[in-house]
Design a protein around this ligand. Structure first.
Ligand code: MN
Ligand code: MN
Length: 306
């Protein structure tokens, strides 16, 4: 979307909270900590800072590129050799900030150098892409910059993951900001708000959808039969059409009911699911993301001076 003056203030505030939440999360993420605990703390932090959650905070590790949201009883623990992606979103009255970082550990990690190269590739790709952002730049030019930067590290961008426009209460909307040269001649416009998110990998450069989705969004209203599904649907309506995760529901409703209810809603086309995404050759994946307002001097809403 193109932001008006009032939206710009909200975008900056959302960005400030999202940027702070990323730094808070980076400090929490260490070998030995449980992923689900970190995510609960990050989501609490966002609320305490008067932000609303735009989508469930997620931690995707190693070959998992995105969309891993643990269930309440998930036992995943971070290891010293892991490549950890933290991705989170905040909104103020529906105006969204979306950002992500990659975290690795130096101690007890014989893979540090290899992982650090993959991490740096996505970070530099994002920096170089933001450096060329201005009204009139084409999507293809941004994709080319990301692709070339990552190729300089002898790595591949993930081609079927991309940045995106941000809309009011809409995490993904037109345009798609590619991570490779698509030759798309669509131009960015002044005050357009977008998320840029290069992914770099030592794998093939594509992801596939795995099983057991825990990330969903409301799609469209249709009649539902069971009381389970109706109870869950009324909870889901509170998320204002933004994505939600199973764990948020099981904090209130028994997990067995949630499972049955979500399944019925899915079969009836009422909700859409986003399964975890895995690199197709099980390569290690890094991701770096900022939200940017397009200007001659772009505003990086999620960038925090530390
Ligand atoms: Mn993101
Ligand atoms: Mn994004």
């Amino acid at each position: 979307m193109i932001l008006n003056d009032e939206d710009i203030d909200k975008a900056k505030l959302a960005g400030k909270i999202a940027g702070k939440a990323i730094i808070y999360g980076r400090k929490l993420i260490k070998p030995g900590v449980k992923v689900v605990d970190v995510l609960d703390q990050i989501e609490d932090f966002i609320h305490q800072n008067n932000g609303k959650i735009a989508f469930p905070a997620q931690i995707s590790i190693n070959e998992f590129a995105a969309h891993f949201c643990p269930l309440e009883d998930d036992e995943t623990i971070i290891k010293s050799t892991d490549m950890v992606k933290l991705d989170l979103g905040v909104h103020i009255d529906g105006i969204i900030a979306d950002n992500a970082i990659t975290i690795i550990f130096k101690e007890d990690n014989d893979k540090y150098e290899e992982l650090n190269t993959i991490k740096k590739a996505s970070e530099e790709a994002l920096k170089n892409a933001i450096d060329i952002i201005k009204p009139g730049i084409t999507l293809g030019e941004i994709g080319l910059m990301i692709q070339e930067t990552i190729a300089n590290y002898d790595l591949s961008p993930i081609k079927n993951l991309s940045g995106h426009g941000l809309g009011k209460y809409s995490v993904h909307e037109h345009p798609t900001i590619p991570n490779f040269n698509t030759n798309d001649k669509t131009e960015l416009k002044e005050n357009q708000i977008i998320a840029i998110e290069p992914f770099a990998t030592n794998g093939y450069g594509m992801v596939f959808e795995s099983k057991n989705p825990t990330l969903f969004s409301f799609s469209k209203n249709r009649p539902v039969r069971s009381t389970y599904a109706r109870e869950i649907l009324s909870e889901i309506k509170k998320f204002e059409n933004l994505p939600f995760t199973t764990r948020w529901l099981t904090k209130k409703i028994n997990p067995g009911k949630v499972k049955l209810g979500l399944n019925e809603l899915k079969i009836n086309g009422i909700i859409h699911e986003y399964p975890p995404l895995i690199e197709s050759k099980r390569g290690i994946v890094s991701q770096t993301e900022h939200t940017v307002i397009v200007r001659d001097k772009p505003v990086i809403t999620t960038l925090i001076d530390e």
